[in-house]
Design a protein around this ligand. Structure first.
Ligand code: MEV
Length: 342
């Protein structure tokens, strides 16, 4: 299955870019192992409009440089001239920031798509590559998992191994080992996530996890996570809910061992157990969110149990579409008007 390019167009337009949830393989993917990621039906919108008065690029009513947003700063650095364009951006997101649900990647992909569209048709592999470069420079570390999901939509397998069925490859560069991105079967299941209310701590957790990866047990954990992700791909192919549930729980156990969990995430995992096939933390961890595959008919009970346990619950499904222009405004979400990453 391919990913059709975005047709070029001129302002004004609104770009909608989906968030993401990692099913399997966070942290291990940074070391080239397999991760499975799904694009979400919740996302971020970036509206591009010409400004009537000169003054360069404005975002949510402020000159871009006053925002101090690292993703925006890096995007403007990589697309020279954009800081001086008389364009006004309005950013609205349905994703809580620092929740592990990809708000920064969605913002970056929406921004890059909007920068590129006036030049003509935009190939999705280019969108994914430029967005990944910006995210990696802004964060200092990272894999193309989040930005690829937002650019391509659907469910993806991402890893260092090349495959015959790949959508595209991101060649090695500037400290990135190179990645291959393939499409994976996306069963039409209802998923759910709960935000812990504690901002994820990517830098801290990546350092802590790195220390474990450098021990003799580290290589075993990396291989175990890779195996879980690859079995996960086969189980999605068979649409085997029970096996996916079992693998989610197994992946969570490995992430606990890496030191990526948090007491608030553990209480959300415990609250979910009676109602789910499986549940795990999703994204970098140290805060952020948990992801679950609810048992059929148990979704409402799960969401209630999470709310009682102090989480912010979300019903989720896969967005088959990646980033693209849309005509209508985003329905007022839970997190309007913030610029993700601030
Ligand atoms: C990203 O959401 C989660 C990590 O795997 C980092 C990355 O892949 O860039 C921890």
């Amino acid at each position: 299955m391919s990913a059709p390019p975005l047709p070029g167009r001129r302002w004004p337009f609104v770009l909608r870019a989906p968030g993401k949830a990692i099913l399997f393989g966070e942290h291990a993917v940074v070391r080239g192992r397999t991760a499975l990621v799904m694009a979400l039906d919740r996302g971020t919108e970036v509206a591009f409009e010409p400004r009537r008065s000169p003054g360069g690029l404005y975002v949510n009513g402020l000159p871009w440089h006053e925002l101090g947003n690292p993703y925006l700063a890096e995007a403007v650095r990589r697309f020279p001239g954009w800081g001086e364009k008389d364009v006004s951006l309005t950013v609205r997101s349905q994703l809580p920031r620092a929740s592990g649900l990809g708000s920064s990647a969605a913002f970056t992909v929406g921004l890059v798509a909007g920068f590129l569209l006036p030049e003509g048709e935009v190939a999705r592999d280019r969108l994914a590559r430029e967005s990944y470069r910006i995210e990696r420079s802004a964060q200092g570390v990272g894999s193309p998992v989040d930005t690829s999901a937002s650019a391509a939509g659907g469910v993806l397998a991402v890893g260092a191994r090349s495959r015959d069925d790949e959508l595209w490859a991101l060649p090695p560069e500037e400290g990135s080992p190179g990645f291959h991105v393939s499409r994976v079967n996306a069963p039409p299941w209802a998923w759910a996530a709960a935000y812990s209310g504690v901002a994820k701590a990517t830098g801290l957790v990546v350092r802590r996890v790195g220390e474990v990866f450098n021990t003799s047990r580290g290589e075993e954990i990396l291989e175990a996570i890779d195996r879980v992700a690859r079995e996960g791909e086969r189980a999605l192919g068979r649409e085997d809910r029970q096996e996916i549930g079992h693998l989610l729980t197994e992946n969570h156990r490995l992430l606990q061992e890496l030191g990526a969990s948090h007491p608030r995430l553990e209480s959300l995992v415990e609250a979910a157990r009676p109602f789910v096939e499986g549940v795990k933390l999703t994204g970098a961890g140290g805060g952020g969110s948990v992801l679950a595959l609810p048992r059929e008919g148990q979704e409402a009970l799960l969401l209630k149990a999470w709310a009682r346990a102090g989480g912010v619950p979300y019903r989720l499904s896969v967005s088959p579409a990646g980033a693209g222009p849309r005509g209508e405004a985003l329905p007022v979400g839970d997190h309007p008007d913030h610029v993700p990453g601030l």
